[in-house]
Write a protein of this length. Structure first.
Length: 369
């Protein structure tokens, strides 16, 4: 029991460390991108943390297989490099016992990954799409930031608002620069003491300005027309943006199974592939972590990572081929998982006495134990 807890503890600590490092790096990159969109006025500031939170389960489920794989490599690589595995073998702890231990632990991680992949990740993706669609539909109003020059969502004008009330409907000291169009090739600049945003039934938004002046003219001519007005309107958003087409990855598992077509089949096999890959990768990591003390604990890290990349790339290619219906849905990625499992079994059996005898007989030689 002490050895059991020790080995599992070493593997779990390594996997947790790798997972935290990878998720921090990737989330930081996403955070910078989302924050940049918010600073440019493309997203409301209050959505930043919500979008990051919704990205977490989608990224976590993709990082779990790599973290599980590297965790076993790092933990057992250190144990081999420091000759602790030699001591364990001398006390009767076989590699077969270690493999069973790793496979049992991998099943727990696989169940957690299946829950994320089948239920939580699609829900998070669906919520993210809904939030982005709402931000896009509200882009004419909710993303106006006082004290900043911003382009309207229809890209026909640049707006500067000195101040606004809390709900963003009443504006004060509004500066507006209208771009030339085919209908109106002249430039115009508008300044108004106040303004409001009005929305009609179709979802189009208009900026209604009060008590101001409009300066219009051409850059080639020195004279500008000046017009004082009590009320001036300009459209800042066209009719309401259509709701984004729901991605196949945002469908719940129940809806996905009822959806015909190659894309749905590819998504279903992808959701199965991630949890199934975890036990296979952790089985592969056991023989790949076997190093000599002179090699160091990272002696086989490079070929192990190359093997992981080949497996992951083949899963992506298979997903694409299933989506294009070049691989039948009934076959899916099962062939790939079968080959990976067979390769893991071959690596595990390489140094076992029974396996050596079997290989010797196949080669026409007899080895006596």
């Amino acid at each position: 029991m002490i050895v059991f807890r020790y080995l599992l503890g070493e593997v779990f600590k390594s996997q947790l460390a790798v997972f935290v490092i990878l998720i921090t790096i990737i989330l930081s990159q996403r955070f910078v991108k989302i924050l940049a969109d918010a600073s440019e006025g493309e997203l409301p500031g209050q959505m930043v943390l919500a979008l990051i939170s919704l990205k977490l389960p989608q990224l976590a489920v993709l990082i779990l297989p790599l973290a599980a794989f590297l965790g076993v490599l790092i933990a057992f690589g250190r144990i081999y490099a420091e000759s602790e595995m030699t001591v364990l073998h001398a006390t009767g702890i076989s590699e077969w016992y270690i493999t069973r231990l790793v496979v049992g632990f991998s099943l727990l991680i696989s169940v957690a990954a299946a829950g994320l992949m089948m239920y939580i990740s699609p829900w998070a993706s669906q919520q993210e799409l809904a939030m982005l669609a709402k931000a896009e539909s509200d882009s004419g109003l909710s993303t106006l930031i006082p004290g900043r020059f911003q382009q309207t969502s229809n890209e026909k004008a640049v707006v500067f608002v000195q101040d606004m009330n809390r709900d963003g409907t009443m504006l004060s000291r509004v500066f507006l620069a209208q771009m030339p169009t085919e209908q109106s090739p002249t430039h115009s600049v508008v300044y108004a003491e106040s303004g409001t945003v009005a929305e009609d039934a179709s979802g189009a938004q208009k900026l209604v300005l009060s008590q101001g002046r409009r300066y219009a003219g051409s850059v080639d001519e020195p004279q500008y027309d000046v017009l004082e007005f009590g009320r001036y309107e300009i459209q800042i958003r066209e009719q309401q943006v259509e709701q984004r087409r729901q991605k196949i990855s945002a469908l719940s598992t129940d809806e996905l199974l009822k959806t015909p077509g190659g894309e749905a089949a590819a998504e279903w096999h992808w959701r199965l592939a991630i949890p199934l890959s975890i036990p296979i990768l952790m089985m592969l990591a056991v023989p790949l972590s076997r190093v000599n003390p002179r090699q160091g604990k990272f002696g086989r890290m490079l070929p192990a990572l190359a093997l992981y990349l080949v497996y992951y790339i083949l899963m992506i290619v298979s997903r694409s081929l299933i989506g294009d219906e070049k691989i039948p849905a009934w076959l899916g990625m099962w062939w790939l998982h079968g080959l990976a499992l067979l390769f893991a079994a071959i690596l595990l059996l390489q140094n076992r006495a029974g396996a050596n005898k079997l290989w010797a007989r196949l080669r026409g030689r007899v080895i006596y134990a």
